[in-house]
Design a protein around this ligand. Structure first.
Ligand code: GNR
Ligand code: NI
Length: 167
């Protein structure tokens, strides 16, 4: 197991489009274990491989209270979506920033599990938000890019100022 460094916005590597996993092997299972450890330590409720500078389509999620429901999704796809919900989102790659984003309320997701077996599930509420947020990361999109330019520029200034202090 290993903790992996998390890329911080506006690192341009966060805009990389991840490629599908071809073979679900021990390398991918090790990545999942390391991503889960990194997510729990942060702590966060989800993590996309993009955020740890691995540009393959792998995400881990655990929205449970007691961190007992780890989900690993490989090559995840949203195959149905409907409705709308607005949720105050945060991101481990944009620390300290919380903003409302409107997304689908209900999604149906198809993915491969850690053994390479396809499975499907339906999600609503926080799990639905989290799956959509993580798949966006795999497509090179960070949640702040849904905001107005005015808000995005304010966030960029705030992060730049904070980076000067912490450097
Ligand atoms: O830990 C996280 N919390 C969160 C809260 C609301 C909406 C989305 C998220 S995902 C985030 C972890 C993260 O950055 N995943 O990419
Ligand atoms: Ni995120």
């Amino acid at each position: 197991m290993a903790l992996l460094p998390i890329l911080r916005y506006p690192d341009p590597r966060l805009h990389t489009r991840a490629v599908p996993v071809k073979v679900v092997d021990d390398r991918i299972r090790q990545l999942i274990a390391d991503m889960a450890e990194t997510m729990y330590e942060a702590p966060g409720i989800g993590l996309a491989a993009t955020q740890v500078n691995v540009h393959e389509r792998v995400i881990v999620i655990d929205v449970s209270e007691d961190k007992s429901e780890l989900m690993a999704l490989i090559n995840p796809e949203i195959i149905e979506k409907d409705g709308e919900q607005t949720y105050e989102e945060g991101c481990l790659s944009v620390p300290g920033i919380y903003e409302s984003v409107t997304r689908a309320e209900h999604v149906r997701v198809r993915a491969l599990d850690a053994n390479g077996q396809p499975f499907e599930f339906e999600a609503e509420g926080l799990l639905s938000v989290c799956v959509q947020h993580e798949i966006d990361h795999l497509d090179g999109k960070v949640f702040v890019e849904y905001l107005s330019n005015l808000k995005l520029n304010r966030i960029k200034s705030k992060l730049a100022k904070k980076a000067r202090i912490t450097a």
